[in-house]
Design a protein around this ligand. Structure first.
Ligand code: NAP
Length: 251
């Protein structure tokens, strides 16, 4: 139980990658705050299901609602976790959306929504979770970027820019807080089976598959393993890095 006595906060954890990360951190002994946002009906039920799944494997979890685009909501989410467990050791900035379109057709709303959900959220959550980590002189900040943020992607100028922002943000935070024994790293997944990739057409999926050395899309558990490693003491000398997890993509 290498994360025993630790407290983790995972954003966007009611499904997809965030759910798998929450379950994995819990399986290693961490108590986990499962963040969700109730924009679409049913998300509360999804977060409750994750909390129950964690309890089912003998762990402890708390569902915390917050729209991570908004400072006041993030502040009260962090306060709620501190109130419940007295600390935050591991922050996983996972919440994210896509609103793809070719640049000439990309609306200002689509640009702003993606930047706010993917990048502003990382700034807000990290800023508010940092204080308890500094007090504890131990912390792990792990942000979910994307290969799009490293390589760019046609039709995803907003998404790629947000994820490139997450990468630069991570490297800067790593420099700021390293002396406090806090690491900040990003993971850069390729194509992972979640609702985000479910919507791709069969033709697009086939083209992508032909570029992946391992000839399959990744599973959420693949990413959760990497996040858990970065959260552990085994990764205590890794900071400011972006670790690709993409099955070997050659674009
Ligand atoms: P997903 O299944 O669509 O899940 C995204 C999660 O983020 C959902 O729980 C969603 O909650 C939450 N979220 C969205 N807006 C939010 C907000 N304003 N406040 C709080 N939570 C919010 O997607 P996923 O594939 O698991 O994506 C997880 C992360 O991995 C994202 O950052 C994504 O960019 C990144 N990523 C995914 C892939 C991939 O291939 N799937 C590849 C590279 C990177 P709702 O249920 O309310 O929507």
């Amino acid at each position: 139980m290498e994360l025993e006595n630790k407290v983790s906060l995972v954003t966007g954890a009611s499904r997809g990658m965030g759910r798998a990360i929450a379950l994995k951190l819990s399986s290693l002994g961490s108590r986990v705050a499962v963040n969700y946002v109730n924009i679409e009906e049913g998300n509360e039920a999804d977060a409750d299901e994750v909390v129950e799944a964690i309890a089912g494997q003998g762990g402890e979890a708390l569902a915390v609602e917050a729209d991570v685009r908004h400072g006041a909501a993030v502040k009260s989410m962090v306060e709620r976790v501190i109130e419940k467990w007295g600390r935050i050791d591991i922050l996983v900035n996972n919440a994210g959306i896509t609103r793809d379109n070719l640049l000439l057709r990309m609306s200002e709303d689509a640009w702003d929504d993606v930047i706010e959900t993917n990048l502003r959220s990382a700034y807000l959550c990290t800023r508010f979770a940092l204080r308890p980590m500094i007090k504890q002189r131990w912390g792990r900040i792990i942000s979910v970027a994307s290969i799009a943020g490293v390589m760019g992607n046609a039709g995803q100028a907003n998404y790629a820019a947000s994820k490139a922002g997450v990468i630069a943000f991570t490297k800067s935070v790593a420099r700021e807080v390293g002396s406090r024994n806090i690491t900040a790293n990003a993971v850069a997944p390729g194509f992972i089976n979640t609702r985000m990739t479910e919507i791709l057409s069969d033709e697009v999926k086939k083209t992508i598959l032909s570029m992946i050395s391992l000839s399959r899309f990744g599973e959420t558990e693949d990413v959760a393993e990497l996040v858990a490693f970065l959260a552990s003491d085994r990764a205590s000398y890794i900071t400011g890095q972006v670790i690709p997890i993409d099955g070997g993509i050659a674009m």
